[in-house]
Write a protein that binds this ligand. Structure first.
Ligand SMILES: [Zn+2]
Length: 249
């Protein structure tokens, strides 16, 4: 009995600390929960406070990543200025425009680029106005597309001209892609004081895709397949140039 009572007493003594422990536990959990919550609230408040800064820095990063490049595409000649006739008699202005339109189409598929053209149809545009359009728009790049000609029909190949140092990397990048894609003779990248390049303030190049007076090259330049290939090569070279210049910024 005593044992029993004692055990009851012991039990009572044992239960009290247990209840206290449980109570303390509850209080502690509640306290830690509160701290956690208030911590989160602080964090949330901090976050809210930092939000504009984070958003703006995020935007800055996005701007760098999504910076649009303004490309002025210049289809050589046009209207009363036909350029040189090719081996088949087709005038240069025709294939220049066809390739330029394809480059335009390809670039428009990429939100990285804003594109304008100095002409979109068989219109005559003064050389000065072509450069002025690019300068006034503050274009990042001017691409002038031409086809070459020579009295000797055996002469062939692609060549790309630049005027200022700022156009050399662009010329090199596009020229290499073009030569690789088309397989025409590589006539190189050269400095040339062509008016459209001289008057343009941004990296500007003039691409002589191939010799229209060379029957074999003209056939490729006049073909849908050849024009698609050329346009893609020009776009590939341009993208490579943009990536390279972004990496060195
Ligand atoms: Zn030309």
């Amino acid at each position: 009995m005593i044992r029993h009572r004692r055990s009851k007493k012991i039990a009572r003594f044992a239960v009290l600390p247990l209840v206290l422990l449980v109570l303390m536990g509850v209080v502690l959990i509640a306290a830690s929960q509160f701290t956690k919550n208030s911590g989160e609230m602080t964090k949330a408040l901090d976050g809210r406070e930092e939000e504009p800064a984070q958003v703006s820095s995020g935007n800055a990063e996005t701007e760098i990543a999504k910076e649009t490049f303004k490309i002025m595409i210049d289809a050589g000649h046009g209207g009363k200025d036909p350029g040189a006739p090719g081996a088949s008699g087709v005038e240069e202005k025709v294939s220049n425009l066809a390739i330029a339109l394809k480059v335009n189409e390809l670039l428009r598929q990429d939100p990285m680029f804003e594109v304008r053209m100095t002409r979109t149809d068989d219109t005559f545009v003064e050389i000065e106005d072509r450069s002025a359009m690019a300068n006034d728009w503050d274009a990042d790049v001017l691409l002038s597309i031409h086809g070459n000609s020579y009295e000797d029909g055996s002469v062939s190949g692609s060549e790309t001209f630049y005027r200022y140092d700022n156009g050399l990397a662009l010329a090199t990048s596009i020229h290499q892609k073009l030569v690789d894609a088309m397989g025409f003779r590589d006539r190189g990248v050269r400095l040339n004081e062509l008016k459209v390049l001289t008057l343009s303030q941004m990296p500007a190049i003039l691409i002589e895709t191939g010799y229209l007076t060379n029957a074999a090259e003209e056939a490729v330049i006049l073909s849908e397949e050849g024009q698609n290939k050329m346009a893609q090569a020009i776009v590939d070279g341009l993208k490579q140039f943009v990536q390279q210049s972004a990496a060195t910024k």
